[in-house]
Design a binder for this molecule. Structure first.
Ligand code: NAD
Length: 492
C-alpha cells in the first residue's frame, strides 16, 4: 500500500459507551463459553501469527508513515528496521507460545499435608476473563501484539488501546484484528487521551499498561477504582557501565544497536554511560568510528529512524541546549556532514555524546528516549553503583567488563528490571526470559511462561478422599484422643 493511500485513513475514536458495551460483550461471551481448551487457544495463536506474517509490508508501511515518512528519502522508519524490531520479536514470541502452550497449561500437582491424607492437590491455570492492553507509540505492533499473544495463550479475551501518536498503525491493527477475531474475543479501541483515560477506568480482569512512569501512575490510580490488577511496563534511565577492563571494541556495536535502533526511542536503550575514567577517550573514539560505519549518513538515510514527531524532537533539542548552557561538552556524530536544515526536514537528530554532565541537567533527570548519550566518568566501581542506586530503579542495567568480580558485584548490587552483560537490549528478544521493571520502571512481567502466568489465575484445587481422619479436628473438641492428636500435629 502506498504512503499516500495510508495517509487518508484515520481511525475513528471509540466512545465511552462503546468501550463499556465491548467489555460487557466480551465478559458475557467469556462467562457463557468458559475457558478455552488447548486446541482453541492454539488456533487463536495461529490466527495471530498468520495476521502478522501475511501483513508485514502493510505494517511496515503504516509505521513508516507514523514516524513521518512522506514519500521523501530518508524519513520515517525503514521496513528493514521494522522487520527486525517489531515483526521478528512478535513472530518469535507467538511461535514460542504455540510451542510451550501445552506444558504451560498443564496443571501442577502439589503434595498435601499428611494430616489430611488421603487427599490430592493441584494448581490449575485458568484464564482471568477480559484483559485490557494499553500500548505506547515506539513499538506500536510488538507492544500490542506481544501482550495479546500472552493473554490469548492464557485463554482470555482482550481489548487493546494503541497510542494516538501512531494513528495509521492503530487503524491497521483495528482492521486486521477485526478480520481475524470476533469483537467478543479481541478488539482494538482507537482514540486519543480521553479514550485512554476511559479505557484505564474499565473493570477489566487485568490491565497491562506499557508507557511512561508518569502515565503509569494515573493508570494504576484509575484501575484501583475497580480493584483491577495491573502490570506496568514503564520506562526510566537504564545505565550502561563500561569497566576499566572491558573489551569495548567488541561491545561497541551491541551498545550502539541498543541506543540507535528506533533512534534511541526504546524503553531499554542505554540512557547514559558510566565509563571508567581511564577509558573515556577510547570509548568516545570507538563510538564515533562504529556509529559512522553503521550510519555513514543520517538525515538522508532511511535506515536511521526519525523522531516520532516535532514535539519530541524539540524536547530532545531542549535537553542539548540546557546541558550546553550548564557546561556540558557536546560531540555530534554527523559523519556525512549533513546540514541542520536537512535534519530538521527529516525530523531527525544525530547521535550526540554529552561529556562533563551532572544531575542539574535535564538530560540527566528525564528518560532521554532519543539518540543523545551522556557519558559520566567514575574511578571506583562502588561509587558508580551508588550513583545508579541513588536514582529510581532502572528497567535494565548493562555492564561491559571482562572481570567476573566486577560483573558479579554490579549484578548483585544494582537493582534493575534486567541485567545484561556485554550487550544491550537483546534480552528483550529472549523468549525464555520474563520482561518487566522494578520500582519506578514497572511491576509485573510478561514474555515467556511468566507472561502466561500474568494473565492466568493460579487456582488451587483440593480433593478430599475417603475414608479419612478429618472428623478428629471437628467440634466438639472434647476428648483426650482429639486433644492429643492436635498437640501431636502442632508439636513442640
Ligand atoms: P505514554 O505514557 O505517553 O502513553 C502510553 C499509552 O498511554 C498511550 O496509549 C496513551 O494513549 C495512553 N495514555 C495517555 N494518557 C493516558 C491517561 N491519562 N490515562 C491512561 N492512558 C493514557 O508513553 P509513550 O510516550 O507512548 O511511550 C514512551 C514511554 O513508554 C517511555 O517512558 C518508555 O520507556 C515507555 N515504554 C516502556 C516499555 C516497557 O516495556 N517497559 C516499552 C516501550 C515504551
Amino acid at each position: 500500500m502506498s504512503v499516500q493511500a495510508l495517509r487518508r485513513e484515520s481511525p475513528p475514536s471509540i466512545t465511552a459507551e462503546q468501550l463499556n458495551s465491548t467489555l460487557e460483550l466480551q465478559r458475557a461471551a467469556f462467562m457463557n463459553e468458559g475457558p478455552p481448551g488447548y486446541r482453541v487457544r492454539r488456533h487463536h495463536l495461529e490466527l495471530l501469527l498468520r495476521l502478522v506474517l501475511d501483513n508485514q509490508d502493510r505494517i511496515a508501511a503504516a509505521i513508516a508513515v507514523d514516524f513521518g515518512a512522506d514519500g521523501a528519502d530518508g524519513a520515517g522508519r525503514s521496513t528493514d528496521e521494522t522487520l527486525r524490531v517489531e515483526i521478528m520479536p512478535t513472530v518469535f514470541s507467538i511461535r514460542h507460545a504455540i510451542k510451550c502452550l501445552r506444558s504451560w497449561m498443564r496443571p501442577s500437582r502439589r503434595s498435601t499435608h499428611w494430616a489430611t491424607w488421603p487427599s490430592l492437590a493441584r494448581v490449575e491455570y485458568v484464564p482471568l476473563g477480559v484483559i485490557g492492553v494499553i500500548a505506547p507509540w515506539n513499538y506500536p505492533v510488538s507492544l500490542s501484539l506481544g501482550p495479546l499473544a500472552a493473554a490469548l495463550a492464557a485463554g482470555n479475551r482482550v481489548m487493546i488501546k494503541p497510542s494516538e501518536l501512531t494513528p495509521k498503525t492503530s487503524a491497521l491493527l483495528a482492521e486486521l484484528i477485526a478480520k481475524s477475531f470476533t469483537p467478543e474475543h479481541v478488539t482494538v479501541c482507537t482514540g486519543g487521551v480521553e479514550v485512554a483515560q476511559a479505557f484505564s477506568s474499565l473493570a477489566f480482569d487485568h490491565l497491562l499498561f506499557t508507557g511512561s512512569t508518569s502515565i503509569g501512575r494515573l493508570v494504576m490510580r484509575a484501575a484501583s477504582e475497580h480493584l483491577v490488577p495491573v502490570t506496568l511496563e514503564l520506562g526510566g534511565k537504564s545505565p550502561a557501565l563500561i569497566d576499566r577492563d572491558a573489551k569495548f571494541g567488541a561491545g561497541v556495536g551491541s551498545l550502539l544497536l541498543g541506543k540507535l535502533y528506533n533512534a534511541g526511542q526504546t524503553c531499554i536503550a542505554p540512557d547514559y554511560l558510566l565509563v571508567h575514567s581511564s577509558k573515556v577517550d577510547d570509548v568516545v573514539q570507538q563510538i564515533r568510528t562504529q556509529a559512522a560505519s553503521m550510519y555513514p549518513r543520517l538525515a538522508d538515510n532511511s535506515e536511521y529512524t526519525a523522531i516520532i514527531n516535532a514535539r519530541h524532537r524539540e524536547r530532545l533539542l531542549g535537553y542539548l541546549e540546557d546541558a550546553r548552557e550548564k557546561g556540558a561538552t557536546l560531540l555530534e556524530i554527523n559523519p556525512g556532514d549533513e546540514s541542520p536544515e536537512r535534519f530538521a526536514e527529516a525530523n531527525k537528530i544525530p547521535l550526540t555524546l554529552l561529556l562533563d554532565v551532572d544531575d542539574s541537567m535535564r538530560v540527566m533527570q528525564d528518560e532521554i528516549f532519543g539518540p543523545l548519550l551522556p557519558i559520566k566518568t567514575y574511578t571506583d566501581l562502588d561509587e558508580a553503583i551508588d550513583y545508579i542506586n541513588a536514582h529510581p530503579r532502572p528497567l535494565a542495567a548493562y555492564v561491559y567488563s571482562e572481570s567476573a568480580k566486577t560483573i558479579d558485584r554490579f549484578g548483585r548490587r544494582v537493582v534493575s528490571g534486567a541485567l545484561s552483560i556485554n550487550a544491550t537490549a537483546v534480552h528483550f528478544a529472549q523468549d525464555e526470559l520474563p520482561f518487566g521493571g522494578v520500582g519506578h520502571s514497572g511491576m509485573g512481567q510478561y514474555h515467556a511462561r511468566e507472561g502466561f502466568l500474568t494473565f492466568s489465575h493460579q487456582k488451587a484445587v483440593y480433593r478430599q478422599l475417603r475414608p479419612n481422619l478429618m472428623h478428629l479436628v471437628a467440634p466438639p473438641y472434647d476428648g483426650a484422643l482429639k486433644r492429643r492428636l492436635i498437640q501431636f500435629l502442632i508439636g513442640n
